[in-house]
Design a protein around this ligand. Structure first.
Ligand code: MG
Length: 378
């Protein structure tokens, strides 16, 4: 069934897709990319996103974003942008919901610690791990490993990739070697990710008390919208004023990105996805909005991501992941049997340890660490 007639000529269409690694009959009541989205939502890795976090740990409070709610916000932002640009909304939804599946517990602290331990075994990178989850690790189908997703969904999941890794990835790695772009849907979801996290981190930062509104006044984008809210709705109360400000910031970024991208698309006139791949990146903020978002990200980096209380958590998390990795690599017999590699291949064993650790939720990693190191646990 063709549900894709409303799409622009430069949008991804299932009819011209590079398809699935294992050929399957087309779905009856859905588009190919809706089927991908459904497979992602039903995966085990997707359910674990609920208990994985970026900045705040899962047990720190019930109101903070988790990777699950973050992924839903990315999907919502990406879909509205895709609709405005007549891009494939089903594809951006699938990419958005899958983009964080390969993240370790404890956000970037976990990823860095695992990457360090994996240096002699090819390293660890969460984008590649997300791809590994959907291509290999999910065990749901009789005929193949992984979810057997469409090429364009997998391409969107693999945001970044180093040369050495790209060389091993065949068609999927090609664009990194040829210096070409991904589809506009992939570019757009990437930008939606950035819009989602920098704005929700303000909200979570304020709620946690690690940031205060006075500090945020030094961020132009925040200050400007805060003034607008105060002028329009004096005396609405602190909580509502924050939300009214943050939602205006999100809208301003989305509207700027749509306007700028539309102009860039009009100028480049791509007539197909192949034209898009050969062009410069066409989805972006205007220069002025880019500068404002950099100011915001720099502020968050200095004041939130490097806050001493976040640093403490980060250092504990790194230590915990490193200790788990060391314990398992010295004694693979401590691993659940499905992660033990028979025959002593060190590379393969290290990769399976990384799979096991990366798959853990924050709270699972904490209790697993206790089970391995604490005599009173079993
Ligand atoms: Mg993300």
């Amino acid at each position: 069934m063709d549900k894709e007639t409303h799409l622009a000529p430069y949008a991804v269409r299932a009819a011209y897709s590079n398809g699935r690694v294992h050929p399957e009959a087309p779905p009856v009541a859905r588009t190919e990319f809706q089927r991908d989205r459904d497979r992602i939502i039903h995966s085990a890795a997707f359910r674990r996103l609920e208990y994985k976090t970026q900045v705040f740990l899962n047990h720190e409070g019930d109101l903070f974003r988790t990777r699950l709610t973050h992924s839903l916000e990315v999907s919502q932002i990406a879909r509205s942008m895709a609709r405005s640009l007549r891009l494939n909304e089903d594809l951006v939804e699938a990419i958005a919901l899958a983009h964080d599946l390969g993240h370790t517990p404890f956000g970037h602290a976990g990823q860095d610690a695992l990457d360090e331990r994996m240096q002699d075994f090819g390293g660890f990178e969460h984008n590649l791990q997300s791809l590994r989850v959907v291509d290999l690790l999910e065990e749901r189908y009789g005929a193949f490993d992984g979810l057997n997703l469409m090429f364009e969904t997998r391409e969107g999941i693999l945001k970044r990739c180093k040369r050495e890794a790209a060389e091993r990835l065949g068609a999927l790695g090609e664009r990194f070697l040829k210096n070409q772009q991904a589809s506009l849907e992939a570019q757009l979801t990437n930008l939606a990710d950035e819009i989602a996290y920098s704005n929700h981190d303000i909200d979570d930062g304020l709620r946690s008390g690690l940031l205060n509104t006075a500090q945020l006044e030094q961020v132009g984008l925040y200050a400007r919208h805060r003034r607008e809210v105060e002028a329009l709705m004096p005396g609405i109360g602190a909580r509502r004023a924050i939300h009214e400000t943050v939602r205006r910031m999100i809208n301003a970024q989305i509207e700027d990105a749509i306007r700028t991208s539309m102009t860039q698309i009009d100028d480049a006139k791509p007539n197909s996805v192949d034209d898009v791949r050969r062009a410069l990146p066409l989805i972006s903020f205007s220069e002025s909005m880019r500068a404002q978002t950099i100011e915001l990200k720099d502020f968050l980096f200095e004041n939130l991501y490097r806050h001493y209380r976040v640093n403490r958590m980060t250092s504990k998390a790194r230590r915990m992941i490193a200790e788990l990795f060391e314990a398992f690599s010295h004694a693979p017999g401590l691993l659940p049997p499905e992660y033990q590699v028979k025959g002593g291949d060190q590379n393969e064993q290290a990769r399976r340890i990384a799979d096991y650790i990366a798959g853990m939720t924050d709270r699972y990693a904490i209790s697993e660490h206790r089970r391995i190191f604490d005599m009173s646990e079993n």
